[in-house]
Design a protein around this ligand. Sequence first.
Ligand code: HEM
Length: 404
Amino acid sequence: MTIKQFLNERLPLGEFSAHLRKPLPKHINLLFSLGSLAMFLLLLQAATGAFLAFYYSPSPEHAHNAVTYISTEVPFGAFVRGLHHWGASAMVIIVVLHLLRVVLYSSYKAPRELTWIFGVLLLLIVLGFGFTGYLLPWDEKAYWATVVGVEIASTAPGLGDFVAKVMRGGAEIGAVTLSRFYALHTIWLPWLAFGLVGVHLFLVRYYGSSGTPKNTPEEMKTGKPFYPHQVFEDVVGMLILFVILAAVAIFVPVPLEDVADPTNADYDPRPEWYFLFLFQLLKYFQGPFEVIGTFVIPTVGMLLLLFLPFLDRSERAVLWKRPIALTVTSVSVIGIVVLTILGGTSKKLETTDAAVQETSQPTEQIQGTATPDTETVEEGEAVFDFQLTEEEIEGARAVEEEAQ
Ligand code: HEM
């Protein structure tokens, strides 16, 4: 008895093979490989992350050293870290392109609403990976971007303070925060991500590919088979993506700043590029309106995205034939791109800087409990309530005195 016969007698391999060979819709194009590329990147992140975890240690005393060691001493360490770092950015780009492809061909319409909803949840998970991973090198940018991120979460009405406390694991960002972010990044989010991807892919296979709206009902099952044709195209796409990522990982070093210094109140906090649009948005809402930028717009935006299939009741057609969807999509994409560019090129966001400069009320200014002083804050810039500890404030004062 051959192994094939043995397995065939025990498992429904024939049915599985027939399922994989089912024909796809006639009109399908390369954009339909973006979902598989997202899947590939998720696996690549899991694999490279697993290797990084061999050396990484999530404590403020060791994290930065461990990352330096990985980048300079471990064989292929810099390469694996490069793949993981640039792979995270590629993941965000590919997932967003995949989402836009789904919007382009209105593939979220009935019966695929649930596939879409699980997709939006996956997008949130991908952003969650980015946010939690950013802290792990425990360098200046990691620390201060997290300070800002947690501060933003704390402005949510009602639960904000509680959420911020849970994220920090206490009153300030420190050892517990780092362990928590590490646990989220390496245990909670991967489990959630693979679980959600499982459901997402099940739904994709259950409903079958939607194809482009050009397909007539008769053409929905007259295209090339999924296996081997589509699988072959997807694998070629994966190889090309891997080669590009490998080249970037080899030639572009991953940044690592000095070890985090909670007393460095002069630091200019900046999040990863895919959060820059949110960061920029905050600058337009100050004082009592801060919550509009930190909570209301992002939450409403996310809810609209989540329930898009139920809001857009138009006939299925390509995006250019749906004027409202085209306008909303273009305005959102252009808005996000412009805000990202502004966020990346703008000068320092007034935070603790204003506090250190202003000597008359240093404590209140650093803690941000005082109302923003419009004379010390430039127009269009926001002041955050950092809720720094006494120790951090003392450190900031020392830095200020030293500078004088
Ligand atoms: C980790 C993230 C994701 C992975 C791994 C993933 C994977 C996939 C794969 C492999 C497909 C089938 C091939 C294709 O149509 O491209 C697919 C289809 C789909 N995805 Fe995703 N996806 C992700 C995120 C998203 C997001 C963010 C959305 C939208 C918000 C989304 C919505 C959909 C929809 C509606 C389909 C069905 C498309 C159709 O039948 O034409 N996915 N996804």
